[in-house]
Write a protein that binds this ligand. Structure first.
Ligand code: HEM
Length: 155
């Protein structure tokens, strides 16, 4: 079965919650990434420079928001078109940036886990359920596949 209107609604609804406190959820997202994969720290310019995860760092927030927002956009596309289409220029840029930063395919699973846990915390245990997890998971996976495929052209 394709991506349903209900799944799209679930993703949009929880993105609405994340959006209300970007500084907090961005920080949480990165804390979880480093909790799952401490080695990831050295790939991010803004994490390399300090011991602690910097509060209110614009680059940190930008990356978190890109991941949240592009996954949400992917959910919309999955429902509308049945596939994720990232604009060509954006995809090329994403391919280059990630290859240059030393990102490897397995890192996408780390970020997925951190993303799902951040959303779970944001919307609360009572409202979080399998359906929501799968909707975000599917939208993220398809976006990640597109980026990983592009990365293969940039080594
Ligand atoms: C940079 C998006 C997954 C590590 C960037 C940039 C974008 C982006 C747009 C350019 C800088 C910016 O505008 O903030 C995404 C999206 C992802 C994703 C949409 C998944 C769907 C990952 C993963 C990793 C990663 C899995 C590794 C754990 C990095 C690093 C940079 C970067 C290290 C360079 C940032 C810096 O040092 O300033 N990403 N990314 N990204 N990304 Fe990702």
């Amino acid at each position: 079965m394709g991506f349903t209107e209900k799944q799209e609604g679930l993703v949009k609804e929880s993105w609405g919650v994340l959006k209300q406190d970007i500084p907090h959820f961005s920080l949480r997202f990165f804390s979880l990434i480093l909790e799952i994969a401490p080695g990831a720290k050295n790939m991010f310019s803004f994490l390399r420079e300090s011991e602690e995860i910097p509060q209110n760092n614009p680059k940190l927030k930008a990356h978190a928001v890109k991941v949240f927002k592009m996954t949400c956009e992917s959910a919309i596309q999955l429902r509308e078109k049945g596939e994720v289409v990232v604009a060509d220029t954006t995809l090329k840029y994403l391919g280059t940036v990630h290859v240059k930063s030393g990102v490897k395919d397995p890192h996408f699973e780390v970020v997925k886990e951190a993303l799902l846990r951040t959303i779970e915390e944001a919307i609360g245990e009572e409202k979080w359920n399998e359906e929501m997890k799968n909707a975000w998971g599917e939208a993220y996976d398809q976006l990640a596949e597109a980026i990983k495929a592009e990365m293969k052209n940039h080594h």
